[in-house]
Structures are given as C-alpha cells and as structure tokens.
Unconditional design. Structure first.
Length: 369
C-alpha cells in the first residue's frame, strides 16, 4: 500500500486564504471583483492567484483579516460558484487504486478544525482529468477517512460541515466549503429555460466590458430569461436596460422575472426578431450590448452561421452608438471571425475562451467604429 503523500498546508495564522470556484476562463474576473469588494470593506488583500496550484476554474485570495470578515465579503461575490477555505494539497500516484488509497490514508492524517465541533458532515468532490476512478469513489474514501478520525456522522443533506476533496490530474486539494447553494444560482425563481445562462457568467460578461463609467443604456437582443439584464440592473443602478426575444414564451417569462425582481421600471422587454433590431428599438440608442446568442449545438450540422452572424452584427451596429461596445458569447469562432474581418462597423478589442457546461465558447468584446 502507498504511504500517505507529502502534504502542503495552505493554512495561515496571520491571514485568511479563500478559494473560489468559477467557470474556466473567468478566474481573473473573480480576482478583480474580490479586490474591489475587499477595498470597499476596508480589507487588505495580500495575495491573489488566478491559477492557484496550477489549477483552472479556481481563484485564490489571501486577506489580512479575520475569517468572518473575509467570508462576509466573499459571500457577496457575484462572479463565483462556491467559496472554500483551502486547507491542504498533495500529489496522487498514477495507479487508480493506489490514488484512492492515498486519498484515504492522507485525509486520515489531516487536521480539519471545522470537523472538531461538527455533529454531521459530508464529503464532496469535483474530479477533472483522466482517472480510473470516479468522483463518488473519492467521496467514499475521503468520507471514510473523516468518519474514522472525527466524532461526526455522515449526513448528505443536513450536514454541519462540507469537506471538499477535489482531484485534478495528479493533484488533490482539500477544502472546507462555506456555501451550501452556489452563489451563481441566485436567479432561480420564475421562468427558467433549460439553457439559461448562469448568473455568475452574465455578471462576468458585464465586467469584461471594462467600462470607465456605467452605461446609460444597455441592450440584450437575445434576452431569454433576462439573466444578463437582471445582473446589469443590480450592478448599475442608473442604467436603463432593454431586452428582446423572438419567442413569445421567453418574452413572457423574462417579463415575469423582471416583475419578480421589482425592476420593471428599469428593464423593458420587447418581442422582436434580431433580424429587425433597428425596427424593434427604433427609439433606442444603446451604449452597451451584452448578449448570449443561440449556440446552435443541436442544429450545428445544418445551420450556416456566416449569414447569421453577419446579420446580427449588422443589426447591432444599427442600434449601437459609435464608440459603444458589444460583449458577446460566440461558439462558432470561424464564421464569426470571417464576418468580423469583413465588417466596417466593428473592431475586436478582446477575445477569450471560457467554459460553460462542457462547451468552450469565446467572449468577444467589440467596439462600434
């Protein structure tokens, strides 16, 4: 049997380290948001890392403050899924059974302070990479180790402490999770279509515009359930927001969500096809367009994205002021780049890939010329 792995402790007596889970590609957005929120709360951020321990989909911050003060700021974050207190990392052997035994043997040796006063706990795991075991296998071995070491019983629903034992390739990260419900699941009431954009991604798209001042007018011409518009209204209190969709159900559902949020005076939803934005919004000149067009996954083999993107950009240009910006998710980068190269209305200012539900669309930030 393998011996317990060499463990690196991530705890500190003079600072509070926090770890956030996030969509791959948005780690730097998380770091920037936390810095701003910490500064507003008078907290000193001593270190940040948007690729901690060589891992994607995590962001690390270290704060010169008590844990309760740091967590109070962390729980207000809008670009993240979960807030974790990182405790330990260690390396796993290549063999699957040896790796699982190493997880058990190593976790048995770890001091997890939150477990000392807990009556119930659960172990959870997110696994990334190629392995001969599953996340459930990791949870079972880690949970067994914690059960053997501490006087607490397993309860998957009504638990006092959740210990995360995440595995990426040959690295294992042990943390305590401080959020039960993902912070990205804050828009769960009302109308929720199957492919709705998560709230944290919508918020990140708004921040990627990197505006010097809030826009007067924002538009989302593929508004769906109104996720982007609701995040924009929360972020910018004086911005007038408009959304549209061709689907009557989406329009009705978006209006319901806006009413539930009490924002009908600041968000207007109209029924209209993106093919005719200039008619739907003849009375509107937008400073910023932030949108998530259909990815076309289920009809990719038959859909010609070139004329789709060409028409969409043309119509956006018709309702956007010169110097205004578009922040747009694009799955089919090839035809979009062709359209952009041919365009005399837009110039690309920023491009990055992010992960959404196993897909890897690109975020394009465009300026209206």
């Amino acid at each position: 049997m393998p011996s317990p792995s060499l463990v690196t402790s991530l705890r500190s007596s003079d600072r509070t380290p926090l770890l956030f889970t996030v969509n791959m590609g948005l780690e730097d957005v998380v770091v920037d948001e936390f810095r701003e929120r910490a500064a507003a709360a008078g907290l000193n951020v001593t270190n940040t890392d948007d690729a901690p321990f060589g891992l994607q989909s995590y962001a690390l911050v270290e704060v010169d403050a008590a844990p309760d003060d740091a967590l109070d700021v962390a729980r207000r974050m809008r670009s993240v899924h979960h807030v974790l207190a990182p405790l330990y990392t260690f390396t796993l052997p290549a063999d699957g059974e040896d790796a699982l035994q190493t997880i058990h043997d190593t976790v048995t040796t770890l001091d997890v302070e939150a477990m000392e006063t807990a009556d119930t706990f659960r172990a959870s795991s997110v696994r990334q990479g190629e392995h001969d075991f599953t996340s459930v296998d990791v949870q079972t071995r880690a949970g067994g180790a914690l059960d053997a070491r501490y006087d607490a019983s397993v309860d998957l629903e009504d638990y006092d402490v959740e210990v995360r034992v995440d595995v990426r390739d040959d690295q294992c990260l042990v943390s305590v999770q401080h959020t039960r419900e993902a912070l990205s699941r804050r828009q769960l009431e009302g109308y929720q279509p199957r492919a709705a954009l998560k709230a944290n991604v919508a918020y990140a798209l708004l921040r990627l515009a990197h505006l010097d001042a809030p826009p007067n007018t924002l538009l989302d011409p593929f508004c769906g359930s109104s996720t982007i518009l609701l995040e924009a209204a929360d972020l910018w209190a004086d911005t007038q927001c408009y959304g549209s969709d061709w689907n009557e159900e989406a329009v009705s559902g978006a209006r319901t969500n806006v009413d539930l949020a009490g924002l009908s005076d600041r968000i207007a939803i109209r029924k209209g096809d993106v093919w005719h934005l200039d008619e739907t919004f003849a009375d509107v000149t937008a400073d910023l367009i932030v949108t998530n067009p259909p990815f076309g996954v289920r009809m990719a083999s038959s859909m010609d994205f070139y004329p789709f993107y060409r028409r969409v950009l043309g119509q956006m240009g018709a309702v956007l002021r010169p110097g205004g910006l578009v922040v747009m998710l694009v799955l089919r980068q090839g035809p979009f780049n062709t359209v952009l190269d041919e365009s005399e209305q837009f110039a690309s200012r920023h491009v990055r890939a992010i992960e959404i539900g196993g897909l890897y669309p690109y975020v394009f930030v465009l300026e209206r010329l």
